[in-house]
Design a protein around this ligand. Structure first.
Ligand SMILES: Cc1cc2nc3c(=O)[nH]c(=O)nc-3n(C[C@H](O)[C@H](O)[C@H](O)COP(=O)(O)O)c2cc1C
Length: 199
Protein backbone atom coordinates (compact mmCIF):
# COMPACT_ATOMS: atom_id res chain seq x y z
CA UNK A 1 0.00 0.00 0.00
CA UNK A 2 1.37 3.47 -0.85
CA UNK A 3 1.69 5.97 2.02
CA UNK A 4 -0.84 8.77 2.20
CA UNK A 5 0.55 12.02 0.81
CA UNK A 6 0.86 14.71 3.49
CA UNK A 7 0.50 18.42 2.91
CA UNK A 8 0.45 21.54 5.04
CA UNK A 9 -2.25 24.04 4.15
CA UNK A 10 -1.88 27.55 5.52
CA UNK A 11 -4.79 29.97 5.37
CA UNK A 12 -4.06 33.64 6.02
CA UNK A 13 -6.01 36.88 6.19
CA UNK A 14 -6.18 37.79 2.51
CA UNK A 15 -9.51 37.88 0.76
CA UNK A 16 -10.46 34.60 -0.92
CA UNK A 17 -11.77 32.11 1.65
CA UNK A 18 -13.35 30.23 -1.26
CA UNK A 19 -9.88 29.41 -2.59
CA UNK A 20 -8.86 28.03 0.81
CA UNK A 21 -11.96 25.92 1.28
CA UNK A 22 -11.84 24.51 -2.22
CA UNK A 23 -8.14 23.63 -1.86
CA UNK A 24 -8.88 21.87 1.42
CA UNK A 25 -11.75 20.01 -0.20
CA UNK A 26 -9.72 18.97 -3.26
CA UNK A 27 -6.78 17.72 -1.17
CA UNK A 28 -9.13 15.80 1.14
CA UNK A 29 -10.93 14.26 -1.84
CA UNK A 30 -7.58 13.22 -3.27
CA UNK A 31 -7.02 11.20 -0.08
CA UNK A 32 -4.24 13.42 1.27
CA UNK A 33 -3.50 14.03 4.92
CA UNK A 34 -3.76 17.77 5.53
CA UNK A 35 -2.21 19.72 8.39
CA UNK A 36 -4.27 22.89 8.46
CA UNK A 37 -2.87 26.07 9.94
CA UNK A 38 -5.12 29.15 9.93
CA UNK A 39 -3.94 32.56 11.09
CA UNK A 40 -6.25 34.65 13.25
CA UNK A 41 -6.86 37.17 10.42
CA UNK A 42 -7.39 34.14 8.15
CA UNK A 43 -10.16 32.91 10.42
CA UNK A 44 -11.70 36.40 10.45
CA UNK A 45 -11.77 36.58 6.67
CA UNK A 46 -13.30 33.09 6.39
CA UNK A 47 -16.00 34.19 8.83
CA UNK A 48 -16.65 37.44 6.99
CA UNK A 49 -16.78 35.83 3.56
CA UNK A 50 -18.88 32.80 4.55
CA UNK A 51 -21.07 34.58 7.10
CA UNK A 52 -20.36 31.80 9.60
CA UNK A 53 -18.81 31.93 13.05
CA UNK A 54 -16.14 29.29 13.58
CA UNK A 55 -15.32 27.45 16.80
CA UNK A 56 -12.18 28.69 18.62
CA UNK A 57 -10.30 25.50 17.68
CA UNK A 58 -11.62 25.69 14.08
CA UNK A 59 -12.87 22.13 14.40
CA UNK A 60 -15.96 23.07 12.41
CA UNK A 61 -14.02 24.50 9.45
CA UNK A 62 -13.97 21.07 7.87
CA UNK A 63 -17.77 21.04 7.92
CA UNK A 64 -17.70 23.73 5.24
CA UNK A 65 -16.30 21.27 2.72
CA UNK A 66 -17.81 18.36 0.88
CA UNK A 67 -15.14 15.73 1.45
CA UNK A 68 -14.00 13.22 4.06
CA UNK A 69 -12.49 15.12 6.99
CA UNK A 70 -10.82 12.36 9.01
CA UNK A 71 -7.41 13.19 7.49
CA UNK A 72 -7.51 16.87 8.43
CA UNK A 73 -5.37 17.85 11.44
CA UNK A 74 -5.54 21.30 12.96
CA UNK A 75 -2.28 23.02 13.85
CA UNK A 76 -2.42 25.81 16.43
CA UNK A 77 -0.51 28.93 15.40
CA UNK A 78 1.53 28.89 18.61
CA UNK A 79 2.38 25.19 18.44
CA UNK A 80 6.04 25.28 17.50
CA UNK A 81 6.30 21.66 18.66
CA UNK A 82 3.95 20.62 15.86
CA UNK A 83 5.29 18.27 13.18
CA UNK A 84 4.88 21.00 10.55
CA UNK A 85 7.62 23.00 12.30
CA UNK A 86 10.24 20.27 12.00
CA UNK A 87 12.31 19.43 8.95
CA UNK A 88 12.58 15.80 10.06
CA UNK A 89 8.83 15.28 9.79
CA UNK A 90 8.08 14.17 6.26
CA UNK A 91 5.64 16.27 4.29
CA UNK A 92 5.12 16.39 0.55
CA UNK A 93 4.75 20.14 0.41
CA UNK A 94 2.84 23.18 1.59
CA UNK A 95 0.44 25.71 0.13
CA UNK A 96 -0.64 29.03 1.64
CA UNK A 97 -4.06 29.83 0.21
CA UNK A 98 -4.72 32.71 0.21
CA UNK A 99 -1.43 34.29 1.24
CA UNK A 100 -1.53 37.78 2.73
CA UNK A 101 1.20 40.29 2.05
CA UNK A 102 2.10 40.11 5.74
CA UNK A 103 2.71 36.36 5.64
CA UNK A 104 4.43 36.67 2.27
CA UNK A 105 6.80 39.25 3.76
CA UNK A 106 7.42 37.17 6.88
CA UNK A 107 8.33 34.10 4.83
CA UNK A 108 10.44 36.13 2.39
CA UNK A 109 12.65 37.49 5.15
CA UNK A 110 12.69 34.34 7.28
CA UNK A 111 11.22 36.25 10.19
CA UNK A 112 8.30 34.06 11.08
CA UNK A 113 6.54 34.44 14.39
CA UNK A 114 3.97 31.66 14.16
CA UNK A 115 3.80 27.98 13.23
CA UNK A 116 2.54 28.77 9.73
CA UNK A 117 5.56 30.97 8.99
CA UNK A 118 7.89 28.36 10.49
CA UNK A 119 6.29 25.58 8.43
CA UNK A 120 6.86 27.59 5.24
CA UNK A 121 10.46 28.28 6.27
CA UNK A 122 11.01 24.56 6.88
CA UNK A 123 9.38 23.63 3.57
CA UNK A 124 11.80 25.94 1.75
CA UNK A 125 14.89 24.75 3.59
CA UNK A 126 13.96 21.13 2.97
CA UNK A 127 13.44 22.00 -0.71
CA UNK A 128 9.90 20.73 -0.81
CA UNK A 129 7.20 22.40 -2.91
CA UNK A 130 5.96 25.64 -1.36
CA UNK A 131 3.04 27.23 -3.20
CA UNK A 132 2.00 30.74 -2.24
CA UNK A 133 -1.27 32.21 -3.49
CA UNK A 134 -1.10 35.97 -2.91
CA UNK A 135 -4.20 38.10 -3.26
CA UNK A 136 -3.52 41.78 -3.37
CA UNK A 137 -3.84 44.53 -5.91
CA UNK A 138 -2.15 46.77 -6.85
CA UNK A 139 1.24 45.47 -5.75
CA UNK A 140 3.91 47.72 -4.26
CA UNK A 141 7.62 47.38 -5.01
CA UNK A 142 7.95 45.76 -1.57
CA UNK A 143 5.36 43.08 -2.42
CA UNK A 144 7.04 42.43 -5.76
CA UNK A 145 10.49 42.25 -4.19
CA UNK A 146 9.24 39.74 -1.62
CA UNK A 147 7.70 37.60 -4.35
CA UNK A 148 10.95 37.67 -6.35
CA UNK A 149 12.89 36.70 -3.24
CA UNK A 150 10.55 33.75 -2.65
CA UNK A 151 10.62 32.61 -6.27
CA UNK A 152 14.43 32.69 -6.15
CA UNK A 153 14.34 30.63 -2.94
CA UNK A 154 12.31 27.96 -4.72
CA UNK A 155 8.71 28.84 -3.90
CA UNK A 156 5.98 28.84 -6.53
CA UNK A 157 4.26 32.22 -6.44
CA UNK A 158 0.82 31.54 -7.87
CA UNK A 159 -1.38 34.64 -7.66
CA UNK A 160 -5.13 34.21 -7.27
CA UNK A 161 -5.51 35.30 -10.83
CA UNK A 162 -7.99 33.13 -12.76
CA UNK A 163 -7.96 32.92 -16.53
CA UNK A 164 -11.06 33.24 -18.68
CA UNK A 165 -10.16 31.10 -21.66
CA UNK A 166 -11.95 28.07 -20.17
CA UNK A 167 -15.18 30.09 -20.35
CA UNK A 168 -16.13 30.12 -16.67
CA UNK A 169 -19.85 30.04 -15.96
CA UNK A 170 -19.70 30.72 -12.23
CA UNK A 171 -17.56 32.02 -9.42
CA UNK A 172 -16.86 28.38 -8.57
CA UNK A 173 -15.32 27.90 -12.03
CA UNK A 174 -13.01 30.87 -11.42
CA UNK A 175 -12.02 29.48 -8.02
CA UNK A 176 -11.35 26.07 -9.53
CA UNK A 177 -9.06 27.58 -12.14
CA UNK A 178 -6.71 28.77 -9.38
CA UNK A 179 -7.10 25.71 -7.16
CA UNK A 180 -6.31 23.37 -10.07
CA UNK A 181 -3.00 25.19 -10.56
CA UNK A 182 -2.24 24.89 -6.84
CA UNK A 183 -2.81 21.13 -6.95
CA UNK A 184 -0.74 20.85 -10.13
CA UNK A 185 2.12 22.69 -8.40
CA UNK A 186 1.89 20.29 -5.45
CA UNK A 187 1.84 17.32 -7.83
CA UNK A 188 -1.67 16.22 -6.86
CA UNK A 189 -3.75 14.69 -9.66
CA UNK A 190 -6.94 16.64 -10.30
CA UNK A 191 -9.52 17.27 -12.94
CA UNK A 192 -10.98 20.47 -11.56
CA UNK A 193 -10.62 22.28 -14.87
CA UNK A 194 -10.60 20.99 -18.42
CA UNK A 195 -7.02 21.09 -19.59
CA UNK A 196 -5.78 22.80 -22.69
CA UNK A 197 -5.59 20.03 -25.29
CA UNK A 198 -2.17 18.39 -25.35
CA UNK A 199 -1.07 17.63 -28.88
C1 LIG B 1 -11.73 41.51 5.17
C2 LIG B 1 -10.25 41.62 5.06
C3 LIG B 1 -9.68 41.39 3.81
C4 LIG B 1 -8.29 41.48 3.66
N1 LIG B 1 -7.77 41.24 2.44
C5 LIG B 1 -6.44 41.21 2.29
C6 LIG B 1 -5.89 40.84 1.03
O1 LIG B 1 -6.61 40.51 0.07
N2 LIG B 1 -4.55 40.78 0.92
C7 LIG B 1 -3.71 41.07 1.97
O2 LIG B 1 -2.49 40.96 1.80
N3 LIG B 1 -4.21 41.45 3.18
C8 LIG B 1 -5.55 41.52 3.36
N4 LIG B 1 -6.08 41.88 4.57
C9 LIG B 1 -5.16 42.31 5.65
C10 LIG B 1 -4.56 41.13 6.43
O3 LIG B 1 -5.59 40.35 7.02
C11 LIG B 1 -3.61 41.67 7.53
O4 LIG B 1 -2.47 42.23 6.93
C12 LIG B 1 -3.19 40.61 8.52
O5 LIG B 1 -2.22 41.17 9.39
C13 LIG B 1 -2.60 39.39 7.86
O6 LIG B 1 -2.12 38.51 8.86
P1 LIG B 1 -1.79 36.99 8.53
O7 LIG B 1 -0.82 36.99 7.41
O8 LIG B 1 -1.16 36.47 9.79
O9 LIG B 1 -3.05 36.30 8.21
C14 LIG B 1 -7.47 41.81 4.77
C15 LIG B 1 -8.06 42.03 6.00
C16 LIG B 1 -9.43 41.94 6.15
C17 LIG B 1 -10.04 42.19 7.50
Amino acid sequence: MTAKRKFILGVTGASGAAYALRTLEALARAGCEIHLCVSEPGRRVVEMETGLQLAPDLSDLAELIDAPTENIRHVALDDFASAVCSGSARFDGMAVVPCSMRTLGAIACGHGDNALHRAADVTLKERRPLVLVPRETPLSAIHLRNMLELARAGATVLPACPGFYHKPQSVADLVDFVVARVLDALGVENELVKRWPEK
